[in-house]
Write a protein that binds this ligand. Structure first.
Ligand code: SAM
Length: 214
């Protein structure tokens, strides 16, 4: 079904195909979003009218290309990546896609990079995509909220993990990272959220989508 949807509805040009395939040169091959998920991010960014986007987890820059194209020429994407190796691959992909001038890649631990943005009193972001190390999801949400404004939309990837997230006693810290961030969202009166399961070329997983109301 994903192949059919992608073939029918998703325009992946050579730069996107190369960005996706160059995942093999990174530390986490095949960990990028699927093409129809990249298109979903792009649609959400444009529906919100976002021009400032923050991303946790760049990898080869596949999702970053979708986000950077969606913000348009005057827009800006800041993407946070731990590994220099991945950032180097991403930079080439962003250049090939013609969007490197609107993307800032910050290399290092995302929690520290985000703190630098907070300390610098960076202008709030309109849209945030959280897709880095899952145990840090609660910290990334917290940082995102400090870098947000009422109306900011946040998308968190991999919140299902083949159904493992239902297990409250799981010893997998990625599962606990998802469960903690969902509990945090539920308790925060400023946030309106839902989660959706997805099944497709990336297996059984899902997204949480939230909006800061105030
Ligand atoms: N968003 C990318 C896409 O869809 O094309 C995929 C990102 S991949 C799932 C997760 C990325 O997070 C990897 O590149 C990994 O190196 C990075 N990462 C892991 N731990 C991190 C950390 N502490 N700080 C920043 N990035 C981290």
């Amino acid at each position: 079904m994903d192949a059919y949807f992608v073939e029918t509805l998703v325009d992946e040009d050579d730069a996107l195909v190369e960005a996706r395939e160059s995942g093999r040169l990174t530390t986490m091959p095949q960990a990028e979003v699927a093409p129809n998920q990249g298109k979903l991010l792009s649609l959400l960014v444009r529906m919100v009218g976002a021009t400032r986007v923050l991303e946790f987890g760049t990898l080869a820059g596949y999702s970053t290309v979708w986000l950077a194209r969606a913000v348009g020429e005057g827009g800006q994407v800041t993407t946070l990546e731990l590994e220099q190796q991945n950032a180097t691959v991403a930079e080439k992909n962003l250049e090939r896609a013609g969007v490197l001038d609107r993307v800032q890649i910050m290399v290092g631990r995302a929690a520290e990079s985000a703190q630098r943005l907070i300390d610098a009193e960076t202008q709030p972001y309109d849209f945030v995509f959280i897709d880095a190390d899952k145990p840090s999801n609660p910290a990334y949400l917290e940082a995102s909220l400090q870098l947000s404004r009422p109306g900011t939309v946040i998308v968190i990837d991999n919140v299902v993990r083949n159904g493992a997230v239902i297990d409250a006693s799981s010893t997998d810290d990625r599962v606990q990272g998802v469960r903690s961030v969902l509990e945090k969202i539920a308790k925060d009166g400023r946030l309106d959220a839902t989660s959706l399961q997805t099944v497709g070329s990336k297996g059984w997983d899902g997204f949480t989508i939230l909006r800061r109301a105030r």
